[in-house]
Design a protein around this ligand. Structure first.
Ligand SMILES: NC(=O)c1ccc[n+]([C@@H]2O[C@H](COP(=O)([O-])OP(=O)(O)OC[C@H]3O[C@@H](n4cnc5c(N)ncnc54)[C@H](OP(=O)(O)O)[C@@H]3O)[C@@H](O)[C@H]2O)c1
Length: 247
């Protein structure tokens, strides 16, 4: 394992089956990282793993539901078992079933909290002991521009992403100089994410905005790679990447 750079690092990614997670896996694998891929859609993970291996890279995958703490422990254990260590955990899994509070879509609020907040905590809980034992490790978390600003229909989603930022900042302050903690906050990005809302008007508005201004998921992957490749004594804490056309 090199102290800086990407080549040889063992990187676990949640939400690796599509969008930003998939783009990040491909970019880091292309630069020599060994990947441990987690998500629920194992068919997509198997295809991605095969694609990485065909290009000469190394990857394994495991069905991972981030709402289950034991799934994160198994994902981290897989990294250690196959590759001997874990250098980076990219907590990227997230859902954005956005809607106005008046819709009272309480189950969707629960889901966003479970995946976006508890899912992150489950990853921290699984990786922190391994990072402590190694004396090094890097938490990279996909937050959002909704972690910095709240707009109508995004109250709960933004609440989860504000929480993500707060948890990561607390983690950084408790890291005692040995762990790195990075949040990468995308603006509108061209993934399936925008289609999650079950409110037809909100969904139409968000997909229209995506189709008009979105940046490619590779732009977010590059920001993640930038944080990962820094020398061990350089901790990139927060990166916000939004379309130039996004307010
Ligand atoms: N696209 C945007 O405009 C945008 C903007 C700001 C922030 N973000 C953030 O970017 C991250 C990635 O989203 P994306 O844009 O790439 O959308 P995406 O293509 O829909 O990806 C979401 C990923 O999360 C995974 N996921 C959802 N629920 C999960 C669960 N319970 N357990 C494990 N994995 C789960 C999905 O995999 P499975 O369904 O296979 O489990 C999928 O791989 C999210 O955290 C999102 O909040 C996106």
């Amino acid at each position: 394992m090199s102290e800086s750079g990407i080549d040889g690092k063992v990187v676990a990614i949640t939400g690796a089956s599509s969008g930003i997670g998939e783009a990040t896996a491909l970019l880091l694998a292309g630069r020599g990282a060994r990947l441990v891929l987690g998500a629920r859609r194992t068919g997509r993970l198997a295809e991605l793993t095969a694609r990485i291996e065909e290009a000469g890279g190394a990857a394994v995958f495991l069905r991972t539901d981030v709402t289950r703490a034991e799934d994160l422990r198994a994902l981290v254990a897989l990294a250690v078992e196959r590759f001997g260590r874990l250098d980076v955990l990219v907590s990227n899994a997230g859902v954005g079933t956005v809607s106005p509070l008046d819709d009272l879509r309480v189950e969707e609020w629960d889901r966003m909290v479970d995946v976006n907040v508890k899912g992150l905590l489950h990853g921290i809980g699984a990786a922190l002991p391994v990072f402590r034992a190694q004396g090094a490790g890097h938490f990279v978390t996909t937050a959002s521009t909704a972690a910095y600003t709240v707009v109508p229909a995004m109250a709960v989603y933004a609440g989860t992403k504000y929480a993500v930022r707060a948890i990561c900042e607390g983690l950084r302050k408790e890291a005692d100089g040995s762990l790195r903690v990075t949040t990468v906050s995308p603006g509108v990005t061209d993934t399936d994410f925008a289609e999650a809302s079950t409110n037809p008007e909100v969904r139409a508005r968000i997909t229209e905005m995506r189709d008009r201004v979105a940046i490619a998921p590779e732009a977010i992957a590059r920001a993640i790679a930038f944080a990962v490749e820094q020398p061990a004594d350089v901790d990139v804490n927060e990166i916000v990447v939004r379309p130039t056309a996004q307010h």
